[in-house]
Design a protein around this ligand. Structure first.
Ligand SMILES: [Zn+2]
Length: 420
């Protein structure tokens, strides 16, 4: 039996992508810092005030509280609205976590907040000033405005320049205070035209090889090139931190457990960014690529139940990796389509027979195919998409011409750009 294609959607032709560019407010004078701090305090109070309504409806909040909020808080009316939106987002995500049993409190508790300015209450311009060409003007309340110089790193500046040239649309700016310094997070978006594909790149995710890709062309269903990304580096990081966590738990240092948890997440994230960059760069070398990945719905068929924590961590990494790949691919104009993964790792890509797999090798008891297990799965994902696009039959392909293995020793630069 061949893979079923459920939930198949057409390859998208246009897509909106979002990007966050971070700049630092450069040496603001005391008066400006004071104004920003006061605004943050007021905004924090306002979001908390909205949280008391415990509502997930913007309309409800607007009808019942907008007028009193205007009287009670000395903030620009646009800020009153973004504070309301933030409160709604906070309540929504709290309710989600509550459903999953991840929270202990009844209500969300606000620790810190950033101020969200939208188009109505900020402007951004480039001046001829040599040292600080970029200036951000924020209107804080009915009377006060501040104009701040913002500096960017090299990579971030490239995107800000593109935005100033009209290649990106400016959305909101989040003003974030961190360790006494102020940062401006610019949210940019643009609509990208995705290319009509000629080559399908199947991307299988797994524990041994975190990613395995294979390219199949529209002209010839024989897989062209396979490539592996080892999961060893991430396994090593996971192992190291699991060990550290156990030690700290024994010593009842729960504060440190949480802290190293965040650190682990950061390090793994960085690895995932590197891998996603490499996968997209690899996909780019083919004629008009489209990426096929599996729809991840909870539990994966091929993971054993004994490693529950492991599975949760993996599910998290896989989802992140897919997000990064999709985002980075879209930026390059490469569409990404999710296909139903049913039996993708258990079916023979040559004859469709569903076999049991235990080792790293896929062995088909029907047609005798012996093949790398992950590569077989990647081909199945590519074929699922090809059938979905009506690219004709995917008749028995032979072994790929070339199988490359990518070592994963963390070379390459982690992007400072974050997926939106
Ligand atoms: Zn077979």
């Amino acid at each position: 039996m061949f893979l079923e294609i459920k939930n198949f959607r057409d390859v998208p032709v246009k897509k909106e992508v979002q990007l966050t560019v971070v700049g630092k407010v450069f040496r603001p004078n005391k008066k400006k810092v004071l104004a920003l701090n006061k605004c943050l305090e007021e905004y924090f109070r306002l979001v908390n005030w909205y949280l008391n309504f415990n509502s997930t409806s913007k309309t409800f909040l607007h009808k019942n509280s907008y007028e009193s909020a205007k009287k009670l808080f000395n903030l620009n009316t646009a800020l009153i609205q973004t504070a309301r939106d933030k409160a709604v987002e906070i309540v929504k995500s709290f309710n989600e976590k509550k459903k999953e049993g991840k929270v202990k409190t009844e209500r969300p508790k606000l620790k810190r907040i950033s101020i969200r300015f939208d188009k109505r209450c900020y402007s951004f311009a480039k001046t001829t000033n040599k040292l600080t060409p970029y200036w951000l003007t924020l209107s804080l309340n009915r009377k006060e405005r501040v104009t701040l110089p913002v500096v960017f790193g090299e990579r971030q500046r490239k995107f800000i320049e593109e935005a100033l040239q009209g290649k990106w649309q400016f959305c909101t700016v989040e003003m974030v205070k961190k360790n006494g310094e102020w940062y401006a997070h610019f949210v940019l978006k643009k609509e990208i035209e995705l290319i009509e594909p000629e080559t399908v790149i199947g991307v299988d995710l797994g524990e041994w090889n975190i990613a395995t890709t294979v390219a199949v062309s529209k002209q010839n269903s024989k897989p062209m090139k396979g490539k592996f990304w080892s999961g060893a580096r991430i396994r090593e990081i996971r192992g190291k931190y699991a060990h550290l966590r156990r030690n700290l738990q024994r010593k009842k240092r729960l504060d440190l457990v949480r802290k190293i948890g965040r650190k682990e997440e950061r390090i793994v994230n960085q690895q995932l960014h590197i891998i996603a960059n490499e996968i997209v760069a690899h996909a780019k070398q083919f004629e008009k690529p489209v990426i096929a990945m599996e729809k991840l719905d909870g539990i994966r068929e091929n993971m054993n139940s004994s490693a529950k924590l492991n599975r949760r961590l993996h599910a998290w990494s896989f989802r992140k990796l897919q997000q990064y790949i999709e985002y980075k691919a879209n930026l390059e104009g490469i569409p990404v389509v999710y296909v139903n993964p049913k039996n993708s790792s258990k079916s023979c890509h040559r004859c469709g027979h569903v076999a049991r797999t235990k080792s790293r090798e896929f062995r088909c008891s029907k047609c005798g195919l012996v093949y790398n297990r992950d590569l077989n799965a990647a081909i199945n994902l590519a074929h699922a998409l090809m059938r979905g696009m009506g690219w004709g039959s995917c008749e028995p392909p032979k072994l790929p011409d070339e199988v490359l293995t990518q070592s994963q020793d963390g070379t390459g630069e982690a992007p400072s750009v974050r997926a939106g």
